[in-house]
Structure formats: structure tokens, C-alpha cells
Ligand binder design. Structure first.
Ligand code: DOR
Length: 449
């Protein structure tokens, strides 16, 4: 047996395509090079992970870190630091950030800013807007781009393509799966007075009601069928959409968020006020149960945190001037491990939703599995660790979490990105050296490593 390894993870319970089995994992040059018995092999570093579970690196395919300026209290460094502290090895950042990512130049700017500052691997969505529709098929193949994001309803920022004719043009211009914020802008405009008149965040899910989400998703699926374009419907929140999407698995993949699976109205607004305000909104228990059913039935493909921090000062504004969004990249895994402990899903299904799922949906090259030849991205968790989510643990500059004080069973204890241990027992190690994620649909001779 070759005994020249950079790192051996010894004795952990490896959660892979093969089930859960006790095996060592050998890493070299940033990749997984062996799975089996490496107890006697020699390696530069040896980590005893007995009693722990070894997962493929967690991929959060929806975050908003935002730069430059501090107006949103987050940047690529702090957001990615939060990611690795929470066991996340790769993130995909949304385009309604700074600069708004709608051009090659903006994408290159993001990649430059990320270099030597991001702790985890990363990719960036390009936002569709009315000006760049004809360039989308070129933009989506740019190095470091995870695909196109379409806002059918407005949220934070001003990205919006809301009429059917333009939506069709967006879907016709490109090949890759397109990620969509699905809320109906016309209905949002018509009903905005509901939010304005009450001035109470409890009205958020009435303003942005079930029909707002359902009518948009119906229109989107019609356009997807007519154009043959694959779509990824982000943060699905309603029972009705889950049924529509179950009938469209040829074309459509589905994301839900941990917060929609964990919080419900009206109690979330009673407890958290505008901290629970996000788009699409947190809805009642019946919808939450439908999302869980979607998880159980396999309709849901991925979980994304939709990490979108806003400062407390902004959140303290009177509703609806208060911004929508909440942080989540660091709590994504601990929270979902608590759901595993509570029996809501298995650890295998969690790996499917956070590792294999994103890799399949976005066509990630060599991530998402613990398999020989794949990137050495590994998240190690202690399923027996009982912890409280403390604000002092959070790296996000906004300094708050809707899950502060939550008790969870299960905790990330090490984050390994391409063979480098960058978090161990809550401590950051080394320097930020995240790299752009590569995608099968946009590989070039230069990006094949
Ligand atoms: O609540 C939200 N906030 N939903 C989104 O889709 C965007 C996000 C943000 O960017 O703040």
C-alpha cells in the first residue's frame, strides 16, 4: 500500500454512496485517494475521527455575502468564515449582491475579491436582467459561474424580469439549469397595501401569499416546458407548489430552506418579529408539513440556507421598511443535524440534500461524494454533541441568528476543503484559500485539474 499521504482520517463512520461504514479516508494533493483500512499507512497528518461521522463536504447553494461597503454587514471573508465554522465547504453566491453580478466584469470582480479571502470553495450566479438577456448563454459558461439566477418577483436589490415574454427569452438563452426566485411581481404590487396598511410583520405571509408563489411557479413551469429549459425553483414554501413540482421532475429541481422547515407562522413572527421576515415568507405549519413531505418523498433535491444577513438596525425599522432575509450559512448543518436527531430525516438523506443533490443539480465537477478521485472536501460531525447555538459563535457580521439559543444534537467538528483542515473544534486553521468550484458544463482545458 502506498504510504505517502497528506492526511488520513482514521476510524470514522463514513457516510457515502455505499451507506454508513467504518473506514479510513486517505487524502493527497487535495483529493481523496483511498477509502478502506489505512491504519498502518504513513501520512503527514493523521486525524483520529473514531465515534464521529465523516460526510462529503457540505455545499450551500444559496448565500448572499455582498460586498463592497458594510451596508449589509457581511463580506466574502466573513460569510465564508461563517460557512467553514458551520461545516460548509462550498457556497454559491447570489447575484443581488455587490457588485450586482450581471456581467463578465462583475463576475471577474467577484472572483478577484474571493481569491485569498474566501475560506471555502465558491461560485457565483449571474443575474438575468432586461439588458443582458442576449448574453446569458455566454455568461453562464464563464469560469466560476454556477448558472443564471432569475428573479420573477422582486426581493432585496433591483434584479427583476417579470413579464412572460422576457422570461421566455431568458429561458431560451442558455442551456444550464436556471435558478429562480418564484413570486408573482404583479400580485406583489397589487397587494403591497396589505403590508403598508397593517405595518405588522405578521402580514408578510398575507401580502406575499400562497397564490403569489403558486401562480408564479405555474407560469415558470409553463415556460420551462415550452422552451425545454431545466429550472431550479429556490426556497419553495407552499404545499401547492410541491405538488406542481412533483409532476415536473423531468425539468424542475427543488430547494427548500432549513428556516422554512423549522419555523412557522404565526409563532415565528411573535417570537422574532422582523428577524423572521424573508421572501418568500415563513408560512404556517400546514405548509411546513408539506415541505417535510416533499423531503420524505424525494421531491426536494437540495437544501440551501438563503443566508441573507441584514443589520439589526435595518431589521429594527418598521415593517415593511425592514429588509427581508436572515443569516443561515453557519447554522444550516447544526440545525439539520437536530432534525436528524429528532427523526425527521436520516443522515443519508441529509447528505443527499447537502452534498450529492447540489452536485447533481448543478453538475459540479468532482465534489459531493466521498469517492476516490473526488476533491478532498469533508465535513466531520459529532452526532452525540449537544450544543446551544450561541451568538458568540457566529461569524456573520450581522451578529444575530433566528436560531440563537436553539439547542441542537449534532455539531460540525472539522471542515476540510480540498485536503486542508480549515476548521477544527471551532478554531479556524491556516489562511483563506477557497477556490472557484468547477462545473461539468463549463470545463475548459485550463480548468481541468
Ligand atoms: O428574504 C430574502 N432575502 N429573500 C431573497 O430572495 C433575497 C434575500 C436578500 O438578498 O436579502
Amino acid at each position: 500500500m502506498d504510504n505517502n499521504y497528506d492526511l488520513i482520517l482514521h476510524g470514522g463512520n463514513c457516510v457515502s454512496h455505499d451507506g454508513i461504514s467504518r473506514s479510513d479516508i486517505a487524502l493527497r494533493d487535495g483529493r481523496i485517494v483511498g477509502i478502506g483500512d489505512y491504519a498502518r499507512a504513513k501520512a503527514a497528518n493523521f486525524m483520529n475521527v473514531r465515534g464521529l461521522h465523516v460526510l462529503p463536504g457540505i455545499i450551500d447553494s444559496q448565500v448572499h455575502f455582498r460586498e463592497p461597503g458594510a451596508e449589509h454587514n457581511e463580506d466574502l471573508e466573513s460569510g465564508s468564515r461563517a460557512a467553514v465554522l458551520g461545516g460548509v465547504t462550498s457556497v454559491f453566491e447570489m447575484p443581488n449582491t455587490r457588485p450586482t453580478t450581471t456581467s463578465t466584469q462583475a463576475l471577474d470582480d467577484k472572483l478577484d475579491r474571493a481569491s485569498n479571502r474566501m475560506w471555502c470553495d465558491h461560485a457565483f450566479f449571474v443575474g438575468a436582467d432586461k439588458e443582458n438577456i442576449d448574453s446569458l448563454s455566454t455568461l453562464e459558461r464563464h469560469f466560476g459561474c454556477c448558472g443564471i439566477k432569475l428573479f420573477m418577483g422582486s426581493s432585496t436589490g433591483d434584479l427583476l424580469v417579470d413579464d412572460d415574454e422576457d422570461i421566455f427569452r431568458v429561458l431560451k438563452n442558455g442551456q444550464r439549469r436556471i435558478a429562480v426566485h418564484s413570486e408573482d411581481e404583479n400580485r406583489l404590487r397589487e397587494r403591497r397595501s396589505i403590508a403598508m396598511e397593517t405595518g405588522d410583520v405578521h402580514a408578510h405571509a398575507q401580502w406575499r401569499d400562497v397564490e403569489t408563489a403558486v401562480s408564479s411557479t405555474r407560469r415558470l413551469l409553463r415556460a420551462a416546458r415550452a422552451t425545454g429549459r431545466r429550472v431550479h425553483v429556490l426556497h419553495v414554501t407552499t404545499a401547492e407548489e410541491m405538488r406542481l413540482l412533483a409532476d415536473e421532475k423531468t425539468l424542475a429541481t427543488v430547494e427548500v430552506t432549513p428556516q422554512h422547515l423549522t419555523l412557522a407562522s404565526p409563532s415565528c413572527y411573535d417570537m422574532l418579529g422582523t428577524l423572521a421576515q424573508m421572501n418568500p415568507p415563513i408560512r404556517d405549519k400546514a405548509h411546513q408539513e408539506a415541505l417535510w413531505q416533499g423531503v420524505r418523498e424525494g421531491i426536494v433535491d437540495v437544501l440551501g440556507s438563503d443566508h441573507a444577513p441584514h443589520s439589526r438596525k435595518d431589521k429594527d425599522k418598521d415593517y415593511p421598511s425592514s429588509p427581508s432575509g436572515m443569516p443561515g450559512v453557519q447554522t444550516l448543518l447544526p440545525l439539520m443535524l437536530e432534525h436528524v436527531a429528532a427523526g425527521k430525516l436520516t443522515i443519508m438523506r441529509l447528505v443527499d440534500l447537502l452534498c450529492t443533490g447540489p452536485a447533481r443539480v448543478f453538475g459540479i465537477a468532482s465534489k459531493g461524494r466521498i469517492a476516490v478521485g473526488y476533491d478532498g472536501d469533508v465535513t466531520i460531525v459529532d452526532l452525540n454533541s449537544k450544543r446551544r447555538i450561541e451568538e458568540s459563535w457566529l461569524a456573520s457580521k450581522c451578529g444575530w441568528s433566528p436560531f440563537s439559543g436553539f439547542e441542537v444534537r449534532g455539531w460540525p467538528v472539522a471542515t476540510i476543503v480540498r485536503g486542508r483542515v480549515c476548521m477544527r473544534e471551532g478554531e479556524l486553521l491556516g489562511n483563506p484559500s477557497g477556490e472557484p468550484v468547477r462545473f461539468q458544463e463549463s470545463l475548459t482545458p485550463l480548468s481541468v485539474r
